[in-house]
Ligand binder design. Sequence first.
Ligand SMILES: Cc1cc2nc3c(=O)[nH]c(=O)nc-3n(C[C@H](O)[C@H](O)[C@H](O)COP(=O)(O)OP(=O)(O)OC[C@H]3O[C@@H](n4cnc5c(N)ncnc54)[C@H](O)[C@@H]3O)c2cc1C
Length: 427
Amino acid sequence: MCLIEIIQVVLIDQSERFVFKPLLYELLSGEVEAWEIAPQFSDLLANTDVRFFKDRVKCLYPCDHLGTNAPTAGTVHLESGLLIEYDWLVLAIGAEAKLDIVPGAADYALPFYTLEDAHRVDKKLRELERKNFGKDSAIRVAVVGCGYGGVELAATISERLKEKGIVQAINVEKTILSNAPAGNREAALKVLSSRKVQLILGYFVRCITKGVEPQTSDAEPKSIDSAADHSESVTLELQPAERGLQGQTIWADIVLWTIGSKPLLPQLEPSDKPYDIPLNARGQAETDETLRVKGHPRIFAVGDSSTLRDRNGKLLPATAQVAFQQADFAGWNLWAAINDRPLLPFRYQNLGEMMTLGRYDAAVSPSFTDGLTLEGFVGHTARKIAYLIRLPTDKHRVQVGISWLLKSTVDSVATIQTMLTKAQSGS
Ligand SMILES: Cc1cc2nc3c(=O)[nH]c(=O)nc-3n(C[C@H](O)[C@H](O)[C@H](O)COP(=O)(O)OP(=O)(O)OC[C@H]3O[C@@H](n4cnc5c(N)ncnc54)[C@H](O)[C@@H]3O)c2cc1C
């Protein structure tokens, strides 16, 4: 007699879309459309046996640490009231933006962390563009933080607004991208300076309040029509990180917050008993090197909601590159654990670092060649291809590949036409 074990895979996500976060900036530049970088789970999982539940996990009740007598390995409680019993669990719920760092940030700054955040920032920019259309003063954008997120936003928005905007980027360190490869930092500095982004370095934001810039008495009176509308402007109090510098105040029509993140796993703690999942101080699940949560043989954790050190004792960064590589190992190890095979230790391979610097610009520093940075259009093309390959499912990759190819053909034809028109008019 042959015993067939039926394995059912259930995917639970509070959103109906998978979101490829490294390409969220391109929604602001109009370079990609939402369906390309945020396809629906139902489309991605069509023709598979995976059952998708659009629901929010409210809390976790693991039992696998109680020994083999427990009837299930644990239960997941969903917001809809549904309880799902599992034999094996993979935790991959990521993190959220952290705005409670300084007073006023949660009220007056916009995070850029989710698809909804990107839509909100785009909507706000559109409103400002509409309000300030034809006016002679610029839209003021403050970007807080000059890590990858802040620099990519500053580059994208300064390119979008051109002379209609003033972008100021604030960083507590005296440089931008302090942990990035030097090539990426230099490429970014060149682009930001060419787009006149003002870098305010060595300062941290002390608080953000509502407030319009006071008019100086010698300022030229402007007509109502030509004065820009800054009625919703906010004030950022900046404090120097070192002695010897003076505090500053700046005003902005939109503040983008890119500092910090908060893992979501602590939110799944049951209210009626202490959490059984071992968490570090940030709230990430501690795993062993096979990606199993410590003390929980039936739970794997990957991505931003987990923490692991490499062989040199260095914490792995919370990046898509790590999450993507861990997903492969977790999948393999889950199969191995079910089939009583040895589990593989996760080994992170740093492939390099990439960043967008606008519609036709990027910086890519691969890890396998020391000192090489691909910049400009070459870097931009390399980054887009690398990300296209990492989008989920063959079908989706092909659809997005065709869409990007068509868009770049239209762009190229438009550029040639503009050049020909310029040449014919002799300008
Ligand atoms: C703007 C931006 C740009 C980035 N750019 C890069 C980059 O260029 N390179 C790079 O390597 N990394 C980049 N990152 C980091 C990278 O995106 C993350 O490290 C990666 O997405 C982590 O993957 P994850 O699966 O752990 O979490 P996520 O991708 O955040 O996925 C978590 C999922 O869990 C769901 N979820 C959360 N809570 C619940 C709940 N209670 N119930 C049900 N579902 C839930 C969410 O809806 C989401 O779909 C970027 C991040 C951002 C925000």
